[in-house]
Ligand binder design. Structure first.
Ligand SMILES: Nc1ncnc2c1ncn2[C@@H]1O[C@H](COP(=O)(O)OP(=O)(O)O)[C@@H](O)[C@H]1O
Ligand SMILES: [Mg+2]
Length: 589
């Protein structure tokens, strides 16, 4: 007998499943794509235990005749591709005829389908084996029920995370498709709860609000344009908003959600320094190019594509977004001094900050202010109580004579030797806060401020789920947060150093960063990044007026931290002009 054998189809399907079906969300994605390819106008998704015990997708699409239903479960059986020439111009979501048999090989699957008429077809498949076939009454359309995913592949099953995390991935899969197909109605129920429900004909803005959250939604700008054969349309957030990670970046190529670093980078470049270093915009962008200019057959889950001419795509993205940003009013208002990386743009931020301060000074945030719940008061270092950092020294900063605030952004001072010293108020406060938070974290004595009336914050759906599974982690950072139904959380206490901070946006950023920690890795490994985020949110903004007393304690605080020249994001916080330089400038020398 020869040593080489052709594998039986059942095993081949399981191997394919290893690539195509990574987790319940992959099932949701493939089944939804099939529903959309079948011309559905409305699709319902239901999950139990995050999809591990059940994923059910129902559509009102074309349905299948009995013969086709049987074929659909066979490998490489597809209605979407006929010959090799078809592969060069794929307009459907699916084309490999791989998903249904792969899913069926690692689950107990029930397919109910009807192409119209009296009766439909029901097929039951267990671990890839057809176990029952019959007729069923149902309206035109298809329902696929996938139970006990990976029941026969325990190794894969072990890699599944908690139900809520898996549900989160599935809801992300639904959102990705829902953003692209506003003409189709989508609903998602998880453990009996409606997670998402959006009727056919919703606007992109409505769907974007679901995907990106209310906070980003307030800052969305429509973009649209074309360069050569590349068309770009969609929405991006203005530079007033930013995200801690790139996960709120949704890119579609000919209607297909894809990940593409080059494209993300092109969009980021369009923001050219108007976002703080390391921050990302939220965006939903659709690129349309001729079908034969892109190869969609390069990734098992069809999450990546290869462009015939990637440069032209990136160029188009860059120019369309950059032009939109140039036309936007806030850039014109920005003082030149702010043009580099830095805090939010000044004029609008000042008003916003005034509002936040207003809210902060109300000692116990009421439920009416839930969206912008803050800790009361602005926290400046109190050297006397700052035991962790040692007694205050009147060092370099303490010896400065404070002259005043420039552009509500820079603290202008005179050093004893007559040098002009300019301190960036945001960056330096951030530096001080970062050091204090890190000291406290290392000594396990983060000072917390409990709230008499815990403010309730509502997060965008993705971060909300991330926070739900990362509650222990944020607790380590000094927050006591409890789920409050839906995407809301009650904040029982927060680090005292973060007084004055809008908790919703902060927790949104932290939750996203925590989610990106590798499985099993501890908060400690990324703690500097997390604390830097907290410091950034906690620090006084550019554009914010400061009292002399606040400036004084900030300067004293700078003396108490080491490595004071740079903020945690790496940019300098202070700069000095020697008297001789001034003298030279005015021609005294
Ligand atoms: N919801 C559905 N409605 C109608 N037909 C479907 C549906 N799901 C699957 N099919 C049929 O089954 C075939 C196989 O599906 P699948 O394995 O996902 O492969 P592909 O989508 O790549 O063709 C499809 O080509 C389609 O004809
Ligand atoms: Mg398919």
């Amino acid at each position: 007998m020869s040593r080489i054998q052709v594998l039986p189809p059942g095993l081949v399907n399981q191997i394919a499943a290893g690539e195509v079906v990574e987790r319940p969300a992959s099932v949701v994605k493939e089944l939804l794509e099939n529903a959309l390819d079948a011309g559905a106008t409305s699709v319902q998704v239901e999950l139990e235990e995050g999809g591990l015990s059940l994923v059910r997708v129902s559509d009102d699409g074309s349905g299948m005749e009995p013969e086709d239903a049987r074929l659909a479960l066979e490998r490489h059986a597809t209605s979407k591709l006929r010959d090799a020439s078809g592969l060069a111009a794929i307009a459907t979501m699916g084309f490999r005829g791989e998903a249904l048999p792969a899913i069926a090989s690692v689950s107990r699957l029930r397919l109910d389908t009807s192409a119209g008429g009296e009766l439909g077809t029901r097929l039951l498949v267990e671990g890839g084996r057809l176990v029952e076939e019959g007729a069923v009454a149902r309206a035109r359309g298809t329902t696929v029920e996938v139970r006990d995913l990976f029941f026969n592949t325990p190794a894969r099953r072990k890699f599944m995370r908690s139900s809520s995390t898996e549900a989160g991935h599935s809801s992300e899969a639904v959102l990705r498709l829902a953003l692209a197909r506003t003409d189709v109605g989508f609903s998602l129920r998880s453990a009996g709860r409606v997670v998402l429900s959006s009727p056919a004909g919703a606007s992109l803005e409505d769907r974007a609000a679901e995907a990106l959250g209310r906070e980003a939604h307030r800052h969305l700008l429509p973009v649209s344009g074309r360069r050569g054969e590349v068309r770009v349309r969609g929405v991006v957030t203005s530079p007033e908003h930013s995200e801690a990670t790139s996960r709120a970046f949704y890119l579609y190529v000919n209607g297909r959600y894809v990940r593409d670093r080059g494209a993300a980078h092109a969009v980021l470049r369009a923001f050219a320094g108007s976002l703080p270093h390391g921050r990302h915009p939220a965006a939903v962008l659709f690129v349309e190019i001729p079908l034969d200019r892109v190869d969609v057959n390069v990734h098992p889950q069809k999450l990546e594509v290869r462009f015939a001419d990637a440069r032209s795509v990136y160029d188009a993205l860059f120019h369309v977004v950059a032009e939109r940003l140039r036309a936007a009013p806030w850039l014109a208002h920005r003082p030149a001094a702010e043009a580099g990386e830095g805090g939010p743009p000044v004029p609008q931020a000042a008003e916003e900050v005034a509002g936040i301060l207003e809210a902060a000074r109300a000692l116990h945030p009421s439920e009416a202010e839930t969206a912008s719940a803050t800790v009361a008061g602005l926290a400046f270092p109190h050297p006397a109580s700052d035991a962790a950092l040692g007694p205050p020294r009147r060092g370099y900063f303490g010896a400065l004579r404070y002259l005043g605030q420039l552009a509500r952004t820079y603290l202008v001072c005179e050093a004893p030797g007559g040098e002009l010293v300019v301190v960036d108020q945001h960056a330096s406060h951030e530096r001080v806060m970062f050091q204090r938070l890190r000291q406290a974290f290392r000594n396990r004595r983060t000072e917390v401020q409990p709230f008499l009336v815990p403010p309730v914050v509502t997060l965008p759906p993705g971060p909300a789920r991330a926070l739900e599974s990362g509650l222990a982690e944020v607790e380590r950072l000094g927050f006591a947060v409890e789920p409050f139904g839906g995407e809301s959380f009650a904040v029982k206490s927060a680090p005292a150093a973060l007084a004055g901070v809008a908790l919703g946006p902060l927790l949104t950023d932290l939750a996203q960063q925590i989610e990106e920690l590798e499985r099993g890795h501890a908060v400690e490994e990324a703690v500097d990044d997390l604390l830097a985020t907290m410091a950034c949110h906690g620090a006084v903004r550019a554009g914010q007026a400061m009292t002399e007393e606040e400036v004084r304690s900030l300067l004293d605080g700078l003396d108490a931290v080491d490595f004071k020249a740079r903020c945690p994001h790496g940019r300098p916080v202070v700069f000095e002009v020697p008297l001789t330089e001034l003298e030279r400038r005015v021609g005294r020398r």
